[in-house]
Design a protein around this ligand. Sequence first.
Ligand SMILES: Cc1ncc(COP(=O)(O)O)c(C=O)c1O
Length: 343
Amino acid sequence: MEHHSNDLPWRAVAQVVHVGLDKRGALDEADFDRQLARYRGRVKMVAISGGSNVTGFINPVGRLAAKAHAAGAHILVDCAQLAPHRRVEMGPLDDPEHLDYIALSAHKMYAPFGTGALIGRRDTFERGEPDYRGGGTIEIVTTDWVEWADPPDRDEAGSPNVVGAVALAAAARALTAIGMDAIAAHEAELTAYALERLGRLPGIRLYGDPDPARAATRLGVIPFNLEGMSHFLVAAILGTEYGIGVRNGCFCAHPYVLYLLDVDPEEAERVRMAMLAGDRRAMPGLVRASFGMYNTVEEVDVLVEALEAIRAGRYHGDYVQDQASGDYTAVGWQPDFSRYFTL
Ligand SMILES: Cc1ncc(COP(=O)(O)O)c(C=O)c1O
């Protein structure tokens, strides 16, 4: 269920064993236990998302941390999707349920793009040499000797994104001031309402956990498809005709989305060959509605009514699909950005 950014970097440096999923796409914890027992003593790191950016499933990271630690491993939790929506507690190192490392992205927390944070145990960062070497990582350098700086400087090579870091801190403070519990409660209300209304829409298929009663246990990320319609087209109509920004496709989690869609290996291979030949038009994918803290119940109504109309063929544009990207655009659609933005 991982975003590529919590999978591909590990593949470059270690043998990666992927843990299985249940039918809805939630973590199969029995398989987690099996894999941990099978590779006991050889697992260096359990890397797992705190909350999925595709289905919104939240993983029981404290419990998994205790199991990882008992097996001699560290745990890293990808909190990119979780941090703007839930309180994240790393806990003290002497608590078996502590998290050794967390990673988060500023742009998911309402701060500008381009920065984020990797927070982890000091003893790890004190050992060894930095992955990236450069200005700011050293205490002193001669032509044949280097004394590395203490953490965190030794792992922050180059001129830092100062404005990004200041903005990330401001965003974290703002989230804290608003209150993570209030944010979570508002999101649960929107998610329950959306699942309830979307679930009654004819011709929609919801992925992940569609039960409104469990809305408070997951994030407000709702993946779906309209039967017989390309995810590319649905997203284009929502954006163009309703001003609703959804994402569509595989959300940087190709293996997970193919699993959710139950794409068989032959079909996956056909798609892969087409993509390599520069044709993404038949790429499998989902449409994803996701909530920020600014969203409202009325906006859920607009989304549901829009999907009802789209499904019934009541949309106005004449949409053409671009072969290379797979994206649809409405013929003649020319937004006048100068109405909204000036320099
Ligand atoms: C769960 C998850 N992990 C990692 C990332 C990657 O973050 P970034 O875009 O900062 O690389 C994202 C989103 O972009 C995400 O949703």
